[in-house]
Design a protein around this ligand. Structure first.
Ligand SMILES: [Zn+2]
Length: 51
């Protein structure tokens, strides 16, 4: 479970998530998840390679 880098609050679900097409056709597809800490309001993104 992702946690806030500022204060360690665990955030269960992302506020937003989307797929990002690779810049080149050979590159991996990326899946972006945006998390927002309910405690301090800090936002951060987690990027995963898909496939
Ligand atoms: Zn926080």
């Amino acid at each position: 479970m992702p946690s806030c880098p500022k204060d360690g609050t665990e955030v269960r679900s992302p506020v937003k998530e989307w797929d990002l097409s690779p810049k080149s056709r050979k590159g991996p597809k990326l899946h972006i998840r945006l998390f927002e800490c309910p405690t301090c309001g800090y936002r951060w993104r987690v990027v995963e390679k898909v496939g």
